[in-house]
Design a protein around this ligand. Sequence first.
Ligand code: URA
Length: 196
Amino acid sequence: MADISWEVFDRQVAACEMCPLCRNIHHKVPGQGDRQAPLMLIGEGPGQVEDEEGLAFVGPAGQLLTRMLAAISLPRDRVYICNIVKCRPPNNRVPEEAEAEACKLHLRMQFALVRPKVIVLLGSTAARHTLGPDIRITRDRGRWFERKGVWMMPTYHPSALLRDPAKKREAWEDMQSLRDRLMELSLYEDLYGREE
Ligand code: URA
């Protein structure tokens, strides 16, 4: 990747017309958070509230995500949060293969700029497009995969937890596993919310 900087990334996303998703949106949603965070969270794509505000995970699923992070004492502004696709798919449908592929250019640049040590993949779309098409979220959630020195764990998407609260117990186990991994890598103290 020749020329990488956040300025180039921001311009590249703003100018992107590589797939049709940008034709019917209010805002692109590149992602936000601490651009030097050791922990990156990746979701599927913006929903309605995200599209209106131009920010990732600020609707109901995002509010649950904030609470899940808080449950292991991680303030969400200390992590970096983004999505597989940066434009809202119509009616929140799953992004098509070609749309996700086109948008990977942006995601690769985010990886290269943030250089996270740990990545949490929220839901099947994020997991499949990052770890490979054979990933099954119900089977593989909570498992750790190491890729080029980066630890990645798929877990349920917070929207799935809103639809089916019975999954919350497993999601809680995954968050504890995330906390343990961050501790093992000596990253937790860096990230967690210290009491004033
Ligand atoms: N769902 C996602 O996958 N991403 C968001 O930003 C919001 C909801």
